[in-house]
Ligand binder design. Sequence first.
Ligand SMILES: Cc1cc2nc3c(=O)[nH]c(=O)nc-3n(C[C@H](O)[C@H](O)[C@H](O)COP(=O)(O)O)c2cc1C
Length: 194
Amino acid sequence: MKRWKGLPVLIFITCLTVALSACGGSADLGKLGKTDPSDVLVAYFSCTNHTKSVANYIADITGGTLYEITPEIPYTSEDLNYNSDCRANREQNDDSARPAIKGEVENMEQYDVIYLGYPIWWGQAPKIIYTFLESYDLSGKTIVPFCTSGSSSIGSSATNLHSSASGATWLNGKRFSGAAQRSEVENWVNGLNG
Ligand SMILES: Cc1cc2nc3c(=O)[nH]c(=O)nc-3n(C[C@H](O)[C@H](O)[C@H](O)COP(=O)(O)O)c2cc1C
């Protein structure tokens, strides 16, 4: 029986297609890239303005709406003194802690993409971020986490948030230093869209 001469070419094309799709070009970006600036919310919590600075850059770059997650009871410097038995430490050690938020996002339903920023506290997101996520129905939205820290990576801090908004599409998060420059933030945001 004569062998079909196109067979090696077909095998090559099939292998190439499988290899290219395995390279991750098909990551699920949810609604990112299909959005109008008015569909983008940049929500953040920040006590010493590091995360706020990154959030400001993201809002400026995307044209999104900035929303500060404001605690009902503000954190004093004693509350943040992590070398003591401070409020922040006690909350991080309490699975059920959900510090109350002052106010709320108006028209949450209008947003498709939420950039969600927080400082790393003991390797994790502050519990107020859980309060935020559990306050809304975020099903169908795309959440892009980002954080600032002294030196820790984003680690498991973002993936541990997923169950508090399980109906959302979660993108991989990004950690910035407290002194992150706009260009670094811009490269990351533009890379997400690409
Ligand atoms: C209670 C507490 C715990 C912290 N834990 C960590 C940590 O585990 N790793 C780290 O690199 N930085 C840690 N930091 C430093 C903050 O993540 C860092 O200063 C951050 O940029 C602060 O952001 P903000 O100014 O937006 O609040 C901690 C700070 C506080 C107050």
